[in-house]
Design a protein around this ligand. Structure first.
Ligand SMILES: NC(=O)c1ccc[n+]([C@@H]2O[C@H](COP(=O)([O-])OP(=O)(O)OC[C@H]3O[C@@H](n4cnc5c(N)ncnc54)[C@H](OP(=O)(O)O)[C@@H]3O)[C@@H](O)[C@H]2O)c1
Length: 161
């Protein structure tokens, strides 16, 4: 199963200047909780934006057209190669974790979306693609610390209808 995990603002903004829009600790903890022990797949820009790389306790896959090697990561060169890798791996759930270009290209192949909705508008330069009509929210979670946060947010899960 292919899942995508993202935090987006009211305008689907996800990043600016190759960084996050805000460091929302409960969301970063949520990301860690959901993805640890799994394979995470990201574009090269997102990889460069990570404070610690590769991210520990996860198999890191980086998609780039560059002919490079990065210690502790698997490099793949196209969406097709990545889909083949996923199929071969037989993993129960893998996580696409950005950025904008990668989310857009994997949207047709995703089975599940973990979306943190941040109820704020930032000045973003990278966006999550529009969520097509065939998706519906199947769960919403948020504790007091999320709702009363400086940047209020909730954790939604979407599946195809
Ligand atoms: N809010 C969130 O949850 C979240 C999550 C992740 C990232 N972000 C943000 O998103 C931003 C980065 O997103 P982005 O769109 O700039 O970059 P990105 O999607 O992370 O990476 C783009 C790069 O991936 C490679 N790539 C993309 N499509 C490819 C393909 N079909 N075949 C081979 N390589 C391909 C290319 O690398 P090469 O140029 O090396 O070939 C391309 O330049 C940052 O601001 C980051 O903080 C936010």
């Amino acid at each position: 199963m292919i899942s995508m995990i993202v935090a987006m603002d009211k305008k689907r903004g996800i990043g600016k200047n190759n960084g996050l829009l805000a460091h929302i600790k409960p969301d970063l903890e949520y990301f860690k909780r959901v993805t640890e022990g799994h394979t995470i797949i990201m574009g090269y820009n997102t990889y460069l934006s990570l404070p610690i790389r590769p991210l520990p306790n996860r198999k890191n896959i980086v998609i780039t057209r560059k002919d490079i090697k990065i210690d502790g990561t698997i490099i793949l060169h196209s969406i097709d190669d990545t889909l083949k890798w996923i199929e071969k791996s037989n993993e129960k759930e893998i996580f696409i974790c950005g950025g904008g270009k990668i989310y857009q290209q994997f949207m047709p192949y995703a089975d599940k979306l973990y979306i943190t909705h941040i109820f704020h508008s930032f000045d973003a330069d990278k966006f999550f693609p529009p969520i097509p009509d065939q998706w519906k929210i199947v769960s919403i979670n948020g504790e007091r610390e999320n709702i009363e946060h400086e940047f209020p947010h909730i954790f939604a899960i979407y599946q195809r209808k």
